[in-house]
Design a protein. Sequence first.
Length: 89
Amino acid sequence: MKVIKINSLWCPACLIMNNLLDKVKDKYALDIIDYDYDEDHEKIKIYNIGKILPVIIFLDNNNKEIKRIIGELKIKELTKILDNLERGF
């Protein structure tokens, strides 16, 4: 599953979500593309990113957005979302 991750080094919630995604990326075959909020201004506009970070965007095989997470989640919440996405919900 293709994942767009937008975060920043100064963002504590981003560091937490980075660690969680690292833990689950192999199990869910996540293809993660990272963008930095402070450097990748064009991508921030394209993906319509506001001021709250991190933003995790899940894309289908046609690169259409199927789910967006804004802010920090617990591992159980993240795995539930990933399980649902795998099942097509």
